[in-house]
Design a protein around this ligand. Structure first.
Ligand SMILES: [Zn+2]
Length: 257
């Protein structure tokens, strides 16, 4: 097991301002997304704008920034610990989404989005630490989700980054690091569920704005990468994926998984 992969990413992260993370030093899609400027806004026809499932209609349903199959990208590499891989990827997906949502947050207001809604008539309520459910505006809900994700990632007892025990393997000492908690996969599943809900809301309520910003290619590719990951490691169930099940099926038929 090689700890350097994960530690490299986490030791180099830094804050830029409240609620944002500096771009990880990687040539992954994260850095590509953050470097690619958004094109000038374009108009979207009134007919298209009134369609609820605009993202399922051509040509948008087939749009993509990255062509090809995401399954090999998300597969566990040889000699990499599973928990390390899950942690590293969920960090990237949080970063992608937090950055992308930053370009849309001005359009997600309590007046326009009184609740975190999604397709299939679904609305999500925030459940607090006392297990009490709250119907709150989407912007507030997403802020709580991003804060939860960030605080979880920065929690050393859940996402350890420190050096740990040394183990002799093949005549060299390998740093095994501090172990992840036993329930780590369930933590990752919960984080993936929260990330998915933000995607579901953006497709449902803000797709027109995404089109106006000409960023649908970025968005579809981000989502295809994320869903390839959750499918590969069975992090979410069919019930979780319901609001975007049609889009996921479309992406599968396009050979993205
Ligand atoms: Zn919204």
């Amino acid at each position: 097991m090689n700890m350097s992969f994960f530690n490299f990413r986490f030791s180099s992260r830094s804050r830029t301002k409240k609620g944002e993370l500096a771009a990880p030093p990687t040539t992954s899609l994260a850095s590509f997304f953050s470097r690619t400027p958004l094109a000038s806004p374009r108009p979207v026809s009134p007919t298209a704008s009134s369609s609820k499932l605009l993202y399922l209609t051509p040509p948008f349903v087939g749009t993509s920034l990255v062509k090809g199959n995401f399954t090999p990208i998300v597969a566990l590499p040889r000699f990499v610990d599973l928990d390390e891989w899950l942690a590293s990827n969920i960090f990237d997906f949080f970063f992608y989404l937090n950055t992308f949502y930053g370009s849309l947050s001005d359009f997600c207001q309590p007046q326009t989005c009184p609740v975190l809604s999604a397709d299939a008539g679904i609305e999500y309520h925030w459940v607090d630490s006392q297990k009490k459910s709250h119907r709150i505006p989407a912007s507030q809900h997403i802020d709580l989700i991003m804060t939860f994700l960030e605080q979880t990632i920065y929690n050393e007892s859940i996402f350890p980054t420190k050096d740990g025990n040394l183990k002799l393997q093949y005549h060299i000492y390998v740093n095994l690091g501090v172990p992840f908690p036993p329930d780590f996969k369930s933590v990752i599943q919960n984080m993936a569920r929260q990330i998915f809900r933000v995607y579901a809301h953006l497709f449902h309520s803000h797709y027109h704005t995404i089109l106006h910003l000409r960023s649908e290619g970025h968005f579809h590719s981000q989502f295809a990468h994320f869903t390839a990951f959750v499918r590969n490691f069975q992090l979410l169930g069919q019930k979780d994926l319901t609001p975007l099940a049609e889009l996921i099926a479309e992406m599968e038929s396009q050979g993205l998984y």
